[in-house]
Design a protein around this ligand. Structure first.
Ligand code: GLN
Length: 547
């Protein structure tokens, strides 16, 4: 049965709880244990699928098609363990399950209450797959004391009581603010936060304290004394140059040792940190910088394209170069010529997106990349717009466009080279969708197989004839334009196994022009850069030597 580490936060939000959890996962792996990470979010949305990327950052999609919080992306990037549908839950999902059961009569006429019905539902979620791994790390979103979070805190308290002694521990993240006037780190907010936690029955075993300065011995003793935590379980979390330093930094501060001590695991297996040493070596000893323009819509909030930014960094690691990604709002190109802005970039990436705003700008960016022979990677909407560009400017279909925008505008303006898919095959069954289906969870979601054309650039890059990649979209390039577009040089080099859905397009007569209907960025890891990103950055590096 798995040991459980519950990770909570206090004082302020955005302390890097997700990163600390992910780093702890990596450290336990380095000591030879198997891990799984889980996120419990107190908000009432059923899943983050319908939340604005401006507010909530990217939606991370799992192989089994769940739309989850971007923290699951961190978990995967640090542990390499593919997250599942059952690794992310929100209050909204919990309540909707409870209410569904109530309607079905499962509770046999009982009064439905937060305790025990909601807390039981949460506990059932926590227990899924508990026999599969050595450690289950469960992060609770938000901070202690939030009204919405209470049922989760109560559930983890109960869960730890239901289990044998020593099976569950609590790790709490807080902030030690630095007061410049007195030149001191203040421990009071941490004391209050722990007091709050203890008032609901949870005593932390490990305290992780974010601070801009090292924690002096005196302060560490004070925290231990007032918070009822062992001194060596007060872990400093310093600010880092790169998130990928977290495993090594936390290891230096003794986090993994403190966690193993709390479980009384002795002797602790020796850690093998080579993976993270290599990652840091590649980051720190990069030669030169390549500049990549990301022409997108949600450019104000970097978290909206979190996995893309990370995958580019990984691509840089594979080539020992730094990647400087610069975000450009696609809408600008609807008003002005893209050439002055795009000149000087070594590669152009057009990411995924929804809605018409900015798409004409993305089309112009694709055209610039194609004509000027700048490496281009189009992801999802970025692929669709590259196909529209090719249809308009190579195949002469002047009014080519996507049905998505006609659907929004309520009138037909375009020849739909990208159309609304209503029925498709997943594994060995058919999935159907009605036009007016709910907005949530109705896309083609999760991992699908694609067959690569032997001899194509992508087959060479992947080194394989079949691939599995993650999807999240409603619209598809229409295969009926294949012959016409291939005749002009845009090859459909990856297809769904039934040959109906174009998954990859590439231009043969171009140094590097690839559009993919899926999201390769979701599967990239610092210690295993995604082949497409690695090769895209290699192509950019080549250009950077030329200019
Ligand atoms: N809006 C497009 C679609 O639904 C692309 C989605 C995306 O880029 N993730 O097909």
């Amino acid at each position: 049965m798995a040991r459980y580490v519950f990770i909570t936060g206090g004082v302020v939000s955005s302390l890097g709880k997700g990163l600390a959890s992910a780093a702890l996962g990596a450290l336990l792996q380095a000591r030879g244990f198997s891990v799984r990470l889980r996120k419990l979010d107190p908000y009432l949305n059923v899943d983050p699928g319908t939340m604005s990327p401006f507010e909530h950052g990217e939606v991370f999609v799992t192989d089994d098609g769940a739309e989850t919080d971007l923290d699951l992306g961190h978990y995967e990037r640090f542990t390499g363990v593919a997250a599942r549908n059952t690794d992310s839950v929100s209050s909204g999902r919990i309540y909707s399950n409870v209410l569904e059961k109530e309607r079905r009569g499962d509770y046999l006429g009982k009064t439905i209450q937060v305790i025990p019905h909601v807390t039981n539902e949460i506990k059932d979620f926590l227990a899924v797959g508990e026999d599969e791994v050595d450690f289950m790390l469960c992060e609770i979103g938000g901070t202690v004391g939030d009204i919405e979070g209470l049922p989760f805190f109560e559930a983890i308290r109960q869960f730890s009581q239901d289990k044998p002694r020593g099976q569950c521990i609590f790790m709490h993240l807080t902030l030690l603010p630095y007061v410049t006037a007195s030149g001191e780190l203040k421990t009071k907010p941490t004391q209050h936060s722990v007091k709050e936690l203890r008032s609901i029955g949870i005593a932390p075993d490990v305290l992780v304290c974010r601070s801009e300065h090292p924690i002096p011995e005196k302060e560490r003793e004070k925290i231990a004394l007032f918070c009822n935590v062992r001194k060596d379980a007060v872990i400093a979390a310093p600010d880092l140059k790169s998130i990928y330093e977290a495993p090594l930094a936390y290891h230096r501060e003794g986090l993994d040792q403190a966690v193993l001590d709390a479980f009384a695991i002795s002797p602790a297996p020796r850690p093998d940190m080579r993976r993270w040493e290599d990652v840091m070596d590649r980051l720190e000893n990069a030669e030169g910088t390549v500049r990549v323009a990301i022409v997108g819509k949600y450019t104000q909030l970097e978290d909206a394209y979190k996995s893309i930014a990370e995958a580019l960094t990984h691509g840089g690691m594979a080539n020992r170069v730094r990647v400087k990604a610069e975000w450009i709002d696609a809408e600008i190109f609807e008003r002005e010529d893209p050439s002055p802005s795009l000149q000087g970039f070594h590669a152009i990436l057009v990411p995924g997106g929804f809605g018409e705003r900015g798409t004409e700008g993305k089309i112009k960016a694709a055209q610039f990349a194609r004509e000027k022979k700048v490496p281009y990677l189009g992801i999802c909407l970025g692929m669709q717009m590259a196909v529209v560009e090719a249809a308009r400017n190579m195949a002469g279909l002047k009014d080519a466009g996507s049905e998505e925008f006609d659907h929004e505008a309520g009138k037909k303006r375009f020849t739909p080279v990208v159309y609304h898919l209503k029925e498709w095959v997943q594994g060995n069954h058919t999935v159907a969708r009605k036009v007016d289906d709910d907005k949530g969870g109705t896309m083609r979601l999760g991992a699908y197989t694609a067959m690569l054309d032997p001899g194509s650039k992508v087959a060479e890059i992947y080194g394989s004839a079949t691939i599995e990649e993650r999807h999240r979209h409603r619209y598809e390039v229409d295969n009926k334009y294949r012959e016409k577009l291939e005749g002009c040089g845009l090859k459909f080099s990856g297809m769904s196994p039934d040959g109906r859905l174009p998954e990859i397009v590439e231009i043969e007569d171009h140094p590097w022009f690839i559009g993919v209907q899926f999201h390769p960025e979701l599967k990239s890891k610092p210690f295993a850069p995604h082949p497409l990103f690695a090769d895209f950055v290699r192509a950019a590096k080549e250009v950077s030597r030329l200019v």
